[in-house]
Design a protein around this ligand. Structure first.
Ligand code: NAD
Ligand code: UD9
Length: 530
């Protein structure tokens, strides 16, 4: 099939209800699946970023009729050249080349035209947060997201790590709104709108559907809307989209849910979980993020008990996780990226119920970079060096190893705090330039040419395996991820969770093969046979 750019009279929404007497629902569904696979139902994917481009490519692979829309002309040009501007996604470069070459995927900046032609519209642009009225800090503002454009200028978006008070932060849906404006202008009866961008629960029902109805002038029930969250991570996007996890689908009405479930049943090799409604699907995605943020905060607080308890918290966490119901997370110098630090705010803004646990977790994680600098200061003091006189190396600026993304990266706050304390700060990262964040840039190979009083490992990039620690002057090394093996060097190593590297001694010769528990070396009082 070719991407003809002409509008199609085939659609997914509303088709089963129109089955004629001579046609069964199953036949109608089969016809829909055939039309989808034959490229008779044009798809527009809005946003060709780290998740949007993999998604558009998989949609192209399955449907053969995708127009990718992006406001960035450089992105559009790269895609139309058959290349991927997104790095570090196995298979993506080849898939984009193949889909563009066979005319199954084309990109454009002309969203209005793509919207006119498409019967399925997939939204995968970023959702941001913005800081509200900080004067009302003493009175937490729990008013909901009542407007799609709570911030009109996308550049005013807030970095969650700099937000002063979690309750003053609001979702900023202005980018989503910009796309909806384009879609509404080209919306026809029978069209299906899918939102994959993470949304505050209730957004499809309370904001997007009413907005599309009003702007398009169409009647309720004449087009579909479903929330189908992206459950992907950078580095495994194609596998994730093709079906690493069940696909969650929630429609604004029953027919929207049915049509979207059929679509993703074709797209994903995994099961489709059609939940009760769009709001439930929105909550699923936000809950996943909140779960992670709260659990990381718990791990970070537990790490802080190391000195009091005199143990390696890492050893205790790893050993506790031997039991299936325990999923303690890893302590770290902060929570970055444009998902986990943002999503708690998508929940906090929507409900009247006080969510003190969620707020506290956000505060704990947000303060981790400052906690790391305090730990470093203490260690430097013990070594006789004041922080303001120290030269500190920060290692790893992206929020995750190997992903070229620095939004909300803890390294940025670590650098800011060190600079506020008048330390001299150097930065090293193979993927981004630390000088963009106020540090002096140094490469891995240049490190032995410099003298540092301390190093802080924030994100363990693979390239750091090449660091010649033995060729560098002894220094305090704060290993924020507990990954360095410096025991054989003269460096003074510190981790967030106490002594590093301790492992339990595992005695397995007496393992009870039925229960998996060992009977050797256990105190008699705990022996089940007694
Ligand atoms: N990255 C992840 O790991 C991840 C995982 C799960 C879910 N998500 C969700 O997906 C969303 C998008 O993530 P991403 O990583 O692809 O973002 P991204 O920042 O990498 O890319 C966003 C793209 O959208 C384009 N864009 C902005 N405004 C536009 C508009 N009005 N019309 C068309 N294009 C526009 C930008 O030019 C950019 O190319 C996230 O905000 C989140 O809600 C992301
Ligand atoms: C459950 C999960 O994997 N969800 C993924 C997540 O992907 P992500 O790319 O944001 O990465 P995370 O791994 O969650 O890390 C975020 C930050 O938390 C730090 N961290 C992490 C674990 C830990 O134990 N201790 C920590 O300190 C880490 O260093 C980093 O800064 O969100 C996406 C969007 O919703 C999801 O789609 C995607 O499935």
């Amino acid at each position: 099939m070719t991407n003809t750019g002409s509008s199609s009279d085939r659609s997914l929404y509303g088709t089963v209800g129109t089955a004629t007497e001579s046609e069964s629902v199953l036949e109608t569904e089969t016809a829909c699946r055939d039309a989808l696979g034959n490229g008779d139902i044009p798809v527009a994917v809005y946003g060709l970023g780290k998740m949007g481009l993999p998604l558009a490519s998989v949609f192209a692979e399955v449907t053969g009729a995708v127009t990718g829309v992006d406001i960035d002309p450089a992105v559009v040009e790269t895609v139309n050249d058959g290349s991927s501007h997104v790095l570090g996604e196995p298979g993506l470069e080849e898939l984009v080349a193949e889909q563009v070459e066979t005319n199954r995927l084309a990109a454009t900046t002309d969203g209005y035209r793509a919207a006119r032609d498409a019967r399925i519209h997939v939204v995968i642009v970023p959702t941001e947060i913005t800081e509200g009225d900080t004067e009302s800090d003493s009175q937490p503002d729990r008013s909901r997201t009542t407007d799609l454009s709570s911030a009109t200028d996308p550049s005013s978006a807030t970095d969650p790590s700099s937000a002063t008070d979690p309750s003053s932060v609001k979702p900023d849906l202005s980018t989503v709104q910009a796309v909806l404006e384009v879609i509404a202008a080209g919306l026809d009866p029978g069209d299906l709108v899918i939102v994959e961008s993470t949304l505050p629960p209730g957004t499809c029902r309370d904001l997007i559907y009413p907005y599309l109805l009003e702007e398009s002038g169409l009647e309720a029930g004449s087009f579909g809307l479903a929330f189908c969250p992206e459950r992907t991570a950078s580095g495994s996007a194609l596998d994730d989209i093709r079906g690493a996890y069940p696909k969650v689908v929630g429609g604004i009405d029953a027919e929207s849910g049915r049509a979207a479930a059929l679509l993703y049943d074709e797209l994903s090799s995994n099961a489709v979980h059609l939940v009760s409604d769009a709001t439930t699907a929105e909550a699923v995605k936000v809950f996943e993020g909140v779960y992670r943020d709260v659990n990381i905060a718990l791990a970070n607080q537990l790490a802080g008990t190391a000195a009091d308890l005199g143990i390696s918290v890492r050893e205790a966490i790893e050993t506790a996780n031997n039991i299936p119901m325990c999923h303690l997370h890893d302590p770290g110098p902060g929570v970055g990226g444009h998902c986990i630090p943002y999503y708690p705010h998508f929940l906090l803004s929507q409900v009247d119920t006080p969510l003190s646990l969620v707020e506290l977790a956000r505060s704990v994680n947000r303060k981790m970079p400052a906690t790391v600098v305090s730990m470093l200061e203490k260690e430097l003091d013990s070594a006789g060096t004041r922080l303001e006189n120290a030269t500190v190396l920060v290692l790893g600026f992206t929020y995750r190893p190997g992903v070229e993304e620095t939004r909300a990266s803890p390294a940025i706050d670590v650098v800011d705090t060190l600079l506020e304390r008048e330390a001299t700060v150097w930065g090293c990262d193979p993927l981004v330039d630390p000088s963009e964040f106020g540090a002096r840039t140094v490469t891995v190979d240049e490190l032995p040419d410099h003298a540092f009083d301390a190093a802080v490992l924030v994100t363990p990039q693979d390239a750091f395996d090449r660091i010649r620690w033995d060729a560098m002057n002894p220094m305090v090394v704060l290993d924020g991820r507990d990954v360095l093996s410096l025991e054989e060097t003269d460096h003074h190593i510190v981790t967030l969770g106490g002594t590093r590297g301790n492992q339990p001694t595992v005695i397995d010769s007496g393992v009870n093969t039925e229960t998996g528990t060992s009977t050797i070396g256990r105190p008699a009082a705990f022996d089940a046979s007694e």
